[in-house]
Design a protein around this ligand. Structure first.
Ligand code: ZN
Length: 438
């Protein structure tokens, strides 16, 4: 259970604010969302949340930036003119990227254009058609079954045009050029966990990182439409070369607002600093229920970051993994599915990851044999319950601080939380008993 929910509530409210917008790959819904995130970040920090664009038609690796979509109206009405569905009430009612239509049809014909989720008859499914021009509607299976034999009016007023793929980028400089990378996406319409939770939490993390004094690393955040956005971002300017040169650990953030167990999707070979730090932090939070998935369970932008030739050290971090919760990609993934508690937990884990990375060095004890802790007030002269554990952790840390293990290695060997070891490291530094080894 999370005790202080202050941050969780702020993130929840931010997710709630962006929830209603009609996002898709490209278009006004994405831009409006980015401006809300920008305002949230910039009002409390000097960080610059940049909003940038890439034109439709731009070749990006094996893909091309598609057209922009604008949706003005979409509904189905019955013979009496009643709107049986209307995107004014829920923007999942229209298939994303639908072309325009203005047709009266009978029920049999109408059914050809309606998508439902038969195994979840009360849910409206989320359906898109980004790369083939078509039109369509979504509704619950229950509603579809209730439709009677009559004429229906299918009406969509939309346009597809050469526009821009819009994305957000934040770089927070640190002492070193090496970067910690966070990626999240902003392309789904009104669904809470997938995907309002990711950008809302990322915006809060930017504020947290800004508050970290003497930041060692530089932090890069991007807010992109899924798949085409991460592909485009890496393919333009000199981004891929810079990312490959600088990123030492990265995290794709999605589905982080629910209160179920944590999940990660590891990198292709599970051997990067990102894999190592997140596994350690989850384990040390006694999260016996956390699920660690191999790369074969990939589903979000970690697919692009880990592709052959890209090979960036990026894991995916979630509460419930996409595809694994039944509300996923339906109208049931609403603001009731996520909670301040869920966000608070995700925030706690990721801020610990950041703190561990900031303190993760190879340490070496600089005296021979055991140091005399007593004369430095590091060894209690009176024995009481609890003090033994701390001394044991310190002496265990010291015996493995031989310059060949980093902080996380030592935590893994001696079974003590990195957060406790960071405290111990500070004490040992104060007494000049350890040095960093580069
Ligand atoms: Zn999704």
């Amino acid at each position: 259970m999370e005790k202080d929910l202050t941050v969780g509530k702020n993130v929840y409210n931010l997710a709630k604010k962006i929830y209603p917008y009609h996002r898709c790959l490209m278009g006004k819904g994405v831009e409006d969302t980015l401006y809300i995130l920008k305002e949230y970040v910039e009002k409390d920090t000097n960080v610059k949340f940049e909003i940038k664009q890439i034109a439709s038609g731009t070749k990006v690796f094996d893909w091309e930036v598609p057209k922009e979509w604008e949706i003005k109206e979409a509904y189905i009405s019955d013979e009496k003119g009643n709107h049986i569905i209307d995107i004014k009430n829920n923007n999942l009612y229209v298939v994303g990227y639908s072309t325009s239509v203005d047709r009266w049809v009978d029920l049999e014909e109408l059914n050809k254009y309606i998508y439902t989720q038969k195994d979840q008859p009360e849910a409206i499914p989320y359906v898109t058609s980004y790369y083939k021009e078509r039109y369509g509607f979504c509704m619950s299976e229950n509603q579809r079954k209730s439709l009677t034999e009559q004429k229906y009016h299918m009406y969509i007023n939309s346009s597809l045009f050469n526009g821009n793929l819009t994305y957000g980028e934040v770089v927070i400089p640190g002492e070193r050029k090496e970067e910690i990378f966070f990626s999240t996406y902003v392309c789904h319409p009104s669904m809470a966990n997938d995907n309002c939770s990711g950008p809302a939490l990322a915006a809060e993390l930017i504020k947290y990182i800004y508050s970290v004094k003497n930041r060692k690393y530089t932090y890069r955040f991007i807010f992109v439409p899924e798949t085409i956005g991460s592909i485009s971002y890496m393919s333009i300017n000199d981004n891929l070369r810079i990312m490959k040169e600088r990123i030492i650990a990265g995290f794709n953030i999605t589905c982080v607002g629910d209160d179920n167990c944590y999940s990660i999707v590891k990198t292709r070979y599970e051997n990067t600093l990102a894999d190592k730090v997140i596994t350690n932090v989850l384990k040390n939070n006694n999260l016996v229920n956390c699920i660690i998935y191999p790369f074969t369970k990939r589903g979000s932008d970690e697919r692009q970051y880990n592709a052959p030739g890209i090979d960036l050290p990026v894991v995916c971090f979630c509460r419930s993994l996409f595809h694994e919760f039944k509300e996923y990609h339906t109208s049931l993934d609403d603001m009731n599915y996520i909670s301040p508690e869920g966000f608070q937990g995700s925030f706690r884990i990721l801020t610990q990851v950041i703190e561990v990375l900031e303190n993760n060095e190879y340490y070496k004890i600089n005296v021979l044999c055991e140091p005399q802790l007593g004369k430095r007030n590091l060894y209690p002269t009176i024995s009481k319950k609890g003090s033994y554990d701390e001394v044991k952790a310190m002496t265990d840390f010291i015996v493995y601080a031989d310059g060949t293990n980093d902080l996380i290695d030592i935590s893994n060997i001696i079974g003590v939380d990195c957060m406790k070891l960071i405290d111990i490291v500070r004490k040992l530094f104060d007494e000049q008993l350890i040095v960093k080894v580069y």
